[in-house]
Design a protein. Structure first.
Lengths: 247, 216
């Protein structure tokens, strides 16, 4: 009945490496399932190499072109080499979110440490990319073009802080959305159960209300699952563009 | 070319960097978890008590980061090295096929238009040739007619001339004969009427003189 119980990490197989507990848990299991599903979709979808694609191949191609367009439109033509990275990110997060919509599964994207690690990877990757492309020139990024030099003592700290906050906002957005959505579903489902057990026959009718809300919320959650994966990867694209162009 | 090479190098580097980054975050997270673990002993005991958000339990951080790194790097490797190049290939193939078919259609259309143009040209040529043949034939016939007419005219003129010559000859002959006959008649008349026997040559001379007189 605890709406937060669904987020508990339960070890399936105890593994300890160098003193750290890295047990294979339910979270790891669903990460592996997501990886397997994503790869299976692309691999089996493209197996036929059909000129006129079937359903599975169309799906695989649709994902490919969706992310390819996203990278091209938001990160620019020069970002082509980083397309696999963005694609991996998008598919991993999307499948993590969508698998979480199935009852009794675990949503690994609802854990701040997972989303933060992903966001930090993006952040470090983008920063190193910018440093390689532009060297020390990269630091001019923190002084907006055309701004009066007198404002530099105010602008530069603000820009630096906003830059450093990128991984935080990126990770919290995804984590909070997923956690809030799943908690809400569980809370409303709990209402129905409580009403039925507390009010008897009347509860069967009153309990319908939260159930109907839950149905609407489920549809909404599917939208959020897709949208958050999209937002996560599109922001990654924009960060890559910043790294490449230093606007 | 060097640009392409540099890009390929960057792409390879991006893959390597991804792996390196993930392990880096793993280490950082693990260190974070370790420090959090050492801090309050009370929290450690309460982890299975159900209190608090499971997301904020640092003891679960190492396993999540570890498996995130493992699965994410695996997925990146599988997609970047195997799955995505194949999708790109298929899409490119299709694009190529479509543009090839379009080109083919365009060239066939062009060919058809060329054939149509050549047919029309052949028709026009045939028509103009027929026209010229007709014109030539007409001209030939006219020329032949003209020539024949000219020849006919020349022929007629010649014959006319010959006839005139013949007539003149006959006239001269007749005139010559007339002189003789006139002289004879004059002698006969003189002999019969006057009983004078005129010499033939004298009579002829007299006739000739008269004729000369007349002619002038």
């Amino acid at each position: 009945m605890d709406p937060l119980h669904q987020f508990a990490i339960n070890p399936i197989m105890q593994i300890v490496i160098a003193g750290y507990d890295v047990s294979f848990s339910n979270s790891a299991l669903f990460m592996a399932i997501a990886v397997a599903l994503v790869y299976a979709l692309i691999h089996y979808g493209m197996k036929g190499r059909a000129l006129v694609p079937g359903r599975l191949q169309s799906t695989a191609e649709m994902f490919y072109e969706f992310v390819a367009n996203m990278v091209r439109d938001n990160a620019g033509q020069d970002a082509r080499p980083y397309f696999p990275f963005v694609f991996t990110l998008f598919m991993f997060v999307l499948f993590g979110n969508l698998i979480g919509m199935i009852p009794y599964t675990f949503t690994f994207t609802s854990h701040i440490i997972v989303t933060f690690a992903l966001a930090l990877t993006v952040f470090v990757f983008v920063t190193i990319l910018a440093l390689i492309k532009h060297g020390l020139h990269f630091f001019t990024f923190f002084m907006p073009h055309g701004a009066p030099v007198a404002l530099a003592p105010i602008l530069i700290p603000i820009e630096v802080i906003s830059y450093l906050m990128r991984p935080v906002s990126l990770s919290i957005r995804l984590f909070a959305n997923m956690m809030a959505g799943h908690t809400m579903l569980k809370v409303f489902a709990g209402f129905t159960v409580m009403m039925i057990s507390g009010m008897g026959a009347l509860g069967l009718f009153v309990g319908l209300v939260p159930l109907l809300i839950n149905i609407a919320l489920t549809g909404f959650e599917f939208l959020v699952a897709f949208l958050q994966a999209y937002v996560f990867s599109i922001l990654t694209c924009l960060y890559i563009r910043d790294a490449l162009e230093l606007h | 070319m060097p640009n392409l090479l540099a890009e390929a190098r960057l792409a390879r580097w991006a893959g390597a960097a991804g792996s390196a980054l993930a392990s880096l975050t793993l280490l950082a997270g693990a260190a974070l978890a370790a420090t959090a673990e050492h801090a309050p002993g009370a929290e450690h005991g309460a982890e299975h008590g159900g209190g608090g958000l499971p997301q904020l339990d640092p003891t679960t951080f190492p396993t999540q980061i570890f498996w995130l790194a493992v699965t994410f790097i695996t997925l990146y490797y599988l997609l970047a090295k195997k799955a995505l190049p194949r999708v790109a290939e298929v899409l490119e193939e299709r694009q190529e096929r479509i543009s090839r078919d379009l080109n083919k259609a365009a060239s066939v259309k062009e060919e058809a238009e060329a054939v149509l143009a050549s047919v029309e040209k052949a028709l026009a040529d045939a028509r103009s040739e027929a026209q010229s043949v007709i014109a030539a034939t007409v001209a030939e016939i006219e020329a032949a007619n003209h020539a024949r007419q000219g020849q006919l005219a020349a022929d007629i003129g010649e014959r006319l001339k010959a006839a005139e010559a013949r007539i003149a000859g006959a006239k001269d002959e007749a005139l010559a004969n007339i002189r003789g006959v006139a002289a004879e008649i004059a002698r006969d008349v003189a002999g019969k009427l006057a009983g004078v026997d005129v010499d033939a040559s004298k009579a002829e001379a007299a006739v000739a003189a008269v004729l000369e007189e007349r002619r002038s």
